[in-house]
Ligand binder design. Structure first.
Ligand code: SF4
Length: 361
């Protein structure tokens, strides 16, 4: 629950209060992600060379009881336990004994942290992972078996990434991971009790969400600003009192939102150029279906005697890309009448259409 909340607060509201008949079926891509995650986890544990307590076969109260018994015995590593403290429930992949207590870990089929170390030597830890590990740690603390306020991730690269919950997520995020967790937990409580209202916001994560159709309909009915590419929840929330809809932004004179000296707008985190770009996009969306791509400046495509076109294929599951198909020797200047460049591009488009049909037909 907290894991989803980090990506979208509205998801928790929808999962709790929305009409379940409006849920979309789980997409094949999400099913593939689940399958890949489960396969990775089972491969990791199958290859683990030291003995561990496997509780993956238990469910419900018995599952919780077996986990407590294993921790009371002091088992060194517990796989797929089930822990609880009051309203807090956790299903950590791993519980590892350290000193007189336990720390929790998860097995992930992705990288354990984002990017490389910053100038201050801090790797950017993932907030979703941190919140999950902090929840397990909170439960361990409340039940008196926590060894320390930290957790770990066994990631897709075979690395163990430490999540020291007392440190900030990155140099640019001064709040500690534990403070981030506490904020998310209190947000969850406010949403579940109805004290906090949420709103859909269109983002890339929506493509993986089972409320996509319901939220998209609501967003379109509301003519919501997040329908504008790159204008996300935070920017929408900063603008909404002055500019409530896409149409309002399309009709607005963005100069009215300047702060007076021309360097900023009245919307925190949105500069004048970005606001102008969003207004252009709002105009295109409002003009639909008459909207057309437009050039922001003159474009001169270089002409070469031979042109190569690469089809870059990316497998998002494996962190690599490769050029798969090329067409050498396309005569770039062999046509007359409608223009050589136009004919080249038509030829290129027809080749791509053939590739698309082969791959998706
Ligand atoms: S579709 Fe998007 S906005 Fe709606 S709940 Fe899912 S992630 Fe949130």
């Amino acid at each position: 629950m907290l894991y989803d909340l980090v990506a979208c607060p509205h998801r928790l509201h929808m999962d709790t209060f929305a009409d379940s008949s409006e849920r979309d079926a789980v997409s094949p891509f999400v099913q593939l992600l689940w399958k890949k995650g489960a396969l990775h986890e089972s491969q990791v544990m199958a290859g683990f060379e030291r003995p561990f307590t496997d509780l993956s076969g238990y469910r419900g109260d018995e599952h919780e009881r077996k986990t407590s018994e294993a921790m009371r015995r002091g088992d060194a590593l517990i796989y797929a336990g089930h822990i609880r403290a009051g309203e807090l429930l956790g299903v950590p992949d791993l519980l590892r004994r350290e000193g007189g207590g336990y720390i929790a870990g998860d097995i992930k089929s992705g990288a354990g942290a984002e990017g490389s170390e910053g100038s201050e030597g801090l790797k950017k830890l993932k907030k979703r992972y941190a919140v999950q590990l902090a929840l397990y740690t909170d439960i361990l603390e409340r039940t008196g078996v926590s060894a320390a306020r930290k957790g770990f991730i066994w990631d897709i690269h075979g690395n163990e990434v430490d999540y020291d919950l007392a440190r900030p997520r990155s140099a640019s995020h001064p709040r500690t991971l534990w403070e981030e967790y506490e904020a998310v937990l209190s947000q969850a409580r406010a949403i579940l009790s109805g004290r906090r209202a949420t709103r859909a916001a269109y983002a890339s994560i929506c493509k993986l969400c089972h409320w996509r159709s319901a939220c998209l309909k609501q967003l379109e009915d509301d003519d919501d600003l997040t329908l504008i590419p790159e204008l996300g929840r935070a920017k929408r929330d900063a603008m909404i009192e002055s500019v409530p809809t896409v149409e309002a932004l399309a009709k607005a004179d963005v100069a009215d939102f300047g702060d007076g000296d021309g360097g900023k707008t009245i919307f925190p985190g949105i500069g004048p150029d970005t606001l102008a770009k969003f207004a252009e996009r709002a105009g295109l969306l409002s003009a639909s279906p008459a909207a057309r791509p437009y050039l922001k400046e003159p474009l001169e495509l270089p002409v070469a005697p031979v042109e190569l076109f690469f089809d870059i294929e990316v497998d998002p599951m494996r962190d690599h890309a490769m050029p798969c198909e090329t067409w050498p020797d396309i005569p770039a200047q062999s046509n007359a009448g409608m223009g050589a460049r136009a004919l080249d591009w038509l030829w290129f488009a027809s080749l791509w259409a053939g590739v698309y049909d082969r791959q998706h037909g």
